[in-house]
Ligand binder design. Structure first.
Ligand SMILES: [Zn+2]
Length: 226
């Protein structure tokens, strides 16, 4: 585990967290092929990723597994510097920030634990994750995340962070279940890719993360599912 650095060492972290979803946004994305290769060999991942925030919602602790995960996702140089940054600075989508606010406040105020499931996919793996949120002394809140189940799939190139050439089109993806918006519908990624004819395009679209209505309701109710 690492100690919190001085605050003025922090700002350069943010751009490295472009694929921040899975652990911090409830949902850092597993984006590194080395991770996927390891998981495909093992077909399971028993690690538990833990991060905590202090009373001011600044990240004050990450465990060794969390640090290793960060390293696997190629932001090792900045992982320790995540400590001391506001959790919300890693969450770009306003609705997701709102959900986090609700969950954190409720956890602090009631001591009730929250538990919810979310997806943390790589191009060739569906990762079904679980997050548990609980209150600690001194106003700290702890987030524990682990993989419940892994499923191999044909790689979905649109999720590959190494893909630098993207069109101006934007694919709206739920950061929690990884469904994709197709007009009024939210569809499983593979179906959406097919429906939208994305693979036929010369360049794959950019991805913007938000939250689908189903996950929004589900997460607002998550406090009762502990
Ligand atoms: Zn969703």
């Amino acid at each position: 585990m690492a100690q919190a650095p001085a605050r003025n060492t922090i700002p350069s972290v943010r751009h490295r967290l472009a694929h921040r979803h899975c652990l911090l946004e409830g949902a850092l994305q597993v984006t590194d092929r080395r991770v996927a290769a390891t998981l495909m060999r093992n077909e399971s991942d028993n690690r538990e990723f833990i991060h905590r925030i202090d009373l001011e919602d600044r990240i004050c602790f990450v465990n060794d597994a969390w640090m290793t995960f960060a390293d696997e996702n190629n932001w090792s140089a900045s992982a320790a510097r995540v400590l001391g940054t506001p959790l919300m600075s890693h969450i770009t989508d306003p609705e997701t920030r709102h959900i986090y606010r609700l969950l954190i406040d409720r956890t602090r105020n009631t001591g009730r634990r929250s538990r919810f499931c979310y997806r943390c996919d790589s191009p060739d793996l569906r990762r079904f994750m679980e997050m548990r949120i609980s209150r600690l002394p001194r106003g700290q809140v702890e987030f524990r995340s682990r993989a419940l189940r892994l499923e191999r799939r044909e790689p979905v190139p649109v999720l590959d962070p190494a893909l630098r050439q993207r069109s101006r089109d934007v694919l709206e993806m739920c950061g929690w279940c990884k469904d994709v918006r197709v007009q009024a519908l939210w569809l499983e990624l593979e179906e959406a890719v097919q429906r939208l004819g994305i693979l036929a395009e010369a360049a794959l679209p950019q991805i913007s993360h938000g939250i689908c209505p189903t996950c929004s309701e589900r997460l607002k109710d998550a406090g009762g599912a502990a």
